[in-house]
Write a protein that binds this ligand. Structure first.
Ligand code: ATP
Ligand code: MG
Length: 244
């Protein structure tokens, strides 16, 4: 769809940028999403555009949480849908988690478009359109969730969530798994499992771990116990500052 030579040293990064642009053109990504992507790219550049070891452990712990949940939901926003639609469907299938569209700047039209886009990529059921539940402590539009989706979940993966909603979800007692390239962002700071990695790499990594951990509750417990959120954030910050 785009003409970036594979030999270009920043091939992946340019491809990612084009996917976000295409998402805006298709009406699934908001214009603010372009800015969020730019911020993410800056951190990814500083991380060396790679998955650091602590992020791999985080992805494994996240997979373990999704597998061992009573009701897990993968929340999808406009950037996540533009970047990794098929990968999100695969993760939900590998873990048994529901997919729910959840937008910071919510419009029915954009939710419909994202749900359609996920279905085009193989999703059988997509939640987020009922919006009959509320997250306490947020203003009306931003509080909306499906009562039988995020409203009922004990574990939620929120890639690229904004800080306020991440905090409010945490206060509901929901275990939050966050993908965010900025280890200083509030979303990363309040997460039970912050995965400091590009969503492009983090989702397939989590799916690989889920396939490995599936059907093995002992291994799932071990993955969760081996993960230390504070140490992971410190490690990511050190990698960014010092290029460790
Ligand atoms: P807060 O500090 O309250 O959490 P924020 O200002 O960080 O809020 P946003 O503007 O929504 O909230 O930030 C988007 C976040 O998503 C940024 O931290 C950015 O690093 C991260 N991000 C953007 N693109 C990606 C990506 N492709 N993969 C992973 N993280 C990303
Ligand atoms: Mg943030």
């Amino acid at each position: 769809d785009v003409d970036v030579p594979e030999s270009h040293p920043r091939y992946e990064s340019l491809l990612t940028r084009h996917r976000i642009e295409a998402g805006v053109d298709r009406g699934i990504t908001s214009r603010q999403g372009l800015i969020a992507q730019g911020r993410g790219e800056a951190y990814d550049y500083l991380l060396g555009e790679r998955t650091i070891d602590s992020a791999d452990r985080a992805a494994r712990a996240a997979a373990a949480y999704l597998l061992s949940a009573d009701h897990a939901v993968v929340s999808v926003n406009g950037n996540a849908a533009a970047l990794v639609p098929g990968e999100l469907v695969e993760l939900s299938e590998a873990t048994g988690a529901d997919l729910e569209v959840n937008l910071f700047n919510r419009t029915e039209e954009r939710i419909e478009r994202i749900a359609d886009y996920l279905r085009e990529h193989g999703a059988s059921e997509v939640k987020g359109l009922t919006a009959d539940g509320r997250i306490p402590g947020l203003d009306h539009e931003r509080a909306k969730v499906d009562a039988d989706g995020i409203g009922d979940a004990d574990v939620v993966l929120v890639p690229l969530e904004d800080g306020d909603r991440a905090e409010a979800l945490g206060e509901m007692g929901t275990t939050e798994l966050v993908v965010d390239l900025n280890p200083l962002s509030r979303s990363a700071q309040v997460a039970t499992v912050p995965i400091v990695d590009n969503i492009i790499r983090a989702i397939p990594t989590a799916t690989d771990h889920a396939r490995d951990l599936r059907g093995d509750p002992d291994a799932q417990r071990a993955a969760i116990e081996a993960f230390d959120a504070e140490a992971a954030l410190t490690d990511a910050e050190a990698a960014i500052r010092g290029g460790v």
